[in-house]
Design a protein around this ligand. Structure first.
Ligand code: GAR
Length: 217
């Protein structure tokens, strides 16, 4: 089967993007990262992408004033020009319009640094500590119009320590992110994920507990 052509959308350092690029180097990986698109020209991840010989594009949201629809259309045009099959949001810090989401329905993934549906939005690690959460983690899900919602493909969990700092917790969650995002993209690219009644099935079956909570290394 032909490898799926993937665009990774970033706004910053791009460590999840780098994890996807590394995973995609394996000959049997079912997807290739053909484009990294940023809404910021100075996103650090662009250098990493270039160093890996991956084409980059910048669509600067500021050039569109507040016109989100025009910004999304410009991104969509770039994605079409590169014959993209799947889109991975990886620290892409712009809200996208329902129209754009509709164009990429069940073909656009996002990673969120919390165990959704808990802790949507920003500052998830600080909020997990402040809420005295015992378990925290990360979620890869399909993008739907509502922010930080959508069918969950994989989650990974970490324990929150009593003396955790925001940065220490963030670092442990990031390690989990780098494991679950490549695995989620693999499952989607292999065509093994279907959405039924808002839930992801893998190989037509409910996601097994062991794979959901803490994917084995
Ligand atoms: C990641 O922790 C990702 O989960 C988060 O931003 C970070 C980006 O890091 N995404 C969001 O908060 C989306 N709302 P990275 O650029 O090193 O991948």
């Amino acid at each position: 089967m032909a490898k799926k052509r993937v665009a990774v959308l970033i706004s910053g350092r791009g460590s999840n993007m780098a994890a996807l690029i590394e995973a995609a180097k394996a000959p049997d990986y079912p997807a290739e990262i053909v484009l990294v698109l940023s809404n910021k020209a100075d996103a650090g991840g662009l250098d990493t992408a270039r160093a890996n010989g991956i084409e980059t594009a910048v669509v600067d949201h500021k050039a569109f004033g507040g016109d989100r629809a025009a910004f999304d259309r410009a991104m969509h045009d770039v994605l079409l020009a590169h014959k993209i099959d799947l889109v991975c949001l990886a620290g892409f810090m712009r809200l996208v319009t329902p129209e754009f989401v509709g164009l990429w329905s069940e073909r656009m993934l996002n990673i969120h640094p919390a165990l959704l549906p808990a802790l949507k939005g920003l500052d998830t690690h600080r909020r997990a500590i402040e809420a005295h959460a015992a378990i925290h983690g990360a979620t890869v899900h399909f993008v739907v119009p509502e922010m930080d919602a959508g069918p969950i493909i994989i989650q990974g969990a970490v324990a929150v320590r009593n003396d955790d700092s925001e940065s220490a917790l963030a670092a442990r969650v990031l390690t989990v992110e780098h494991r679950i995002y490549p695995e989620a993209l693999r499952l989607v690219a292999e065509g093994r994920v279907t959405v039924v009644d808002g839930r992801c099935l893998i190989d037509g079956k409910p996601v097994p507990d062991a794979g959901t909570l803490m994917p084995p290394a």
